[in-house]
Design a protein around this ligand. Structure first.
Ligand code: NI
Ligand code: MN
Length: 220
């Protein structure tokens, strides 16, 4: 599986004929690696409705005729636009032809009335990805250990989400094989050094930290 970082919390993950896009904030992100009309995908995951996560999801979903996975209230934003959705809520495992999608809680506001912010545990052709979305550190992340996560995507930028220290604690609980930090350096307020995160995590755990600049990718 190929994992490409598009900047902020946006990732493009490709395996076989499936192209999964997470939180595509491209327009308006000066560090974005791609423009919205350059992205063709099969599935889109939207963790919550803040503009730095909802981003270009509507346009890309329409251009690609993609299916959007989200919590019910966020999914309604897409349904109103005539976009195909797989809506669920926290704790639900949703069917997917590439494996499965479990909506995992996130401690954060949702950006839409009544909805919860979320993360996702995505099983993609036998590999498991945990995309945390925007979240604080919370103890129930330890429940993810039994999911045997291959790759965790965790925010480290602080202010709006976990910072480096808390994200390192999250890795200790989740015990993923690999982790890629996200949600840092996009704005001055979340300017952080991902090498600090790498040093902390690799000193305390067996998890490999992969740092990607926007536009870089890794084969996992
Ligand atoms: Ni947010
Ligand atoms: Mn955010």
């Amino acid at each position: 599986m190929k994992v490409e970082f598009l900047g902020h919390a946006a990732f493009l993950i490709t395996e076989e004929s499936y192209t999964l896009l997470f939180d595509p904030f491209l327009t308006g992100n000066p560090l974005a690696a791609k423009k919205a009309d350059e992205v063709k995908v099969t599935h889109i995951f939207v963790s919550h409705a803040h503009s730095d996560h909802l981003g270009d999801a509507i346009q890309i979903a329409k251009n690609s005729d993609a299916t959007v996975y989200a919590v019910f209230e966020v999914a309604q934003i897409f349904e109103k636009e005539g976009i195909k959705v797989q809506a669920g809520n926290l704790g639900g495992r949703l069917p997917a032809d590439f494996g499965s999608v479990k909506i995992f809680q996130a401690f954060h506001s949702s950006g839409v009335a009544g909805g919860s912010a979320s993360g996702f545990v995505v099983e993609l052709i036998g590999k498991k990805i945990y995309f945390a979305g925007d979240t604080a550190l919370f103890g129930d992340m330890s429940l993810l250990e039994s999911e045997e996560i291959d790759l965790a995507l965790l925010p480290i930028g602080d202010i709006y989400t976990m910072g480096i220290e808390d994200a390192a604690k999250a890795v200790e609980m989740i015990k993923p094989k690999k982790v890629i930090p996200m949600h840092y350096n996009t704005f001055p307020a979340i300017q952080r050094d991902p090498m600090e995160f790498k040093k902390l995590v690799e000193a305390r755990t067996q998890t490999e930290v992969i740092i990607l600049k926007p536009g870089e990718s890794v084969e996992i």
